[in-house]
Design a protein around this ligand. Sequence first.
Ligand code: ADP
Ligand code: MG
Length: 238
Amino acid sequence: MASIKLTGVRKNFGAVEVIKGVDIRIEDGEFAVFVGPSGCGKSTLLRMIAGLEDISGGTFELDGQVMNDISPEKRGIAMVFQSYALYPHMTVAENIGFSLDLKGTPREEIKRRVGEIAERLQLSPYLDRKPQALSGGQRQRVAIGRAIIKEPSVILFDEPLSNLDAALRVQMRAELQELHRSTKATIVYVTHDQVEAMTLADRIVVLKDGEVMQADHPITLYKQPANAFVGQFIGSPR
Ligand code: ADP
Ligand code: MG
C-alpha cells in the first residue's frame, strides 16, 4: 500500500517560491507522470517526496501518515536519476546490493537477491563490471536494480531515459511498464517527452511555474485540456 497525498505543498529557495501550493493525490499502484517546461519544479517536487529537500509549507502524506519530517531512509521510497548516480568504484553487483549491505543483510542473501534482480534486468553477464564499462541503458538498469532491491512501495523517476538514444528509450519504456506490473509499486515519473508520458501514465500531471494546471488520464488531457497552456504543451489538436 502506498498512496501519496500532497496538500498545499510549497517550496522556497530563499525568497523565491518555486512550488506554489500543490494539491495532488496519487493512488496506490498508480503510474503518475509529471510533465511541464524546464524549471517548473518537477525535480523539486520529487526531491521533496524523497526527502532530499525540506518541504517549506503544506504536507506530504504516505498512506495517511505525514512524512514531512521523516528521514529519507525511513520513507520506503526509492529514486532513480537521469544521471544514474552509480558508485563508480563499485561493481554492478555491489551497486545493486549496496542498500542491503548497509542494513547488514547476510552476504548469501544479498548475493541471491542481486542475482534475481540482475536476471530480471538482463544484467547477469555484467555483475563484476564497473559502471564505466557499461552502456547507458545498462547503467540505467543498474540504477533501477539498486532502487527495487529495497522493495520500495514508491519509486520516483526523474527523467530516467533522457540520456538514452531513441530506440533504447522505446525499449526501456516497455521494461518500465513490466517493472510497474511486477513490483506493483506506486510510481511518480518525470519526463519532458510527451510520447513517453502518454505511453506510460495512468495519469499525467501538467505543471507550470510551480502549480498544477491539470491532472487527468492521458486521453482526457489530450481531448479536454483545461486551458490553452495544457493544450499547447500536450499538443492537442485545437
Ligand atoms: P524542473 O525539474 O521542472 O526543470 P526544478 O525543480 O529543477 O525544475 O527547478 C524549479 C525551480 O527551482 C527552478 O527555477 C530552479 O532554478 C530552482 N531551483 C532548483 N533547485 C534549487 C536550489 N537548490 N537553489 C535555488 N534554486 C533552485
Ligand atoms: Mg528536473
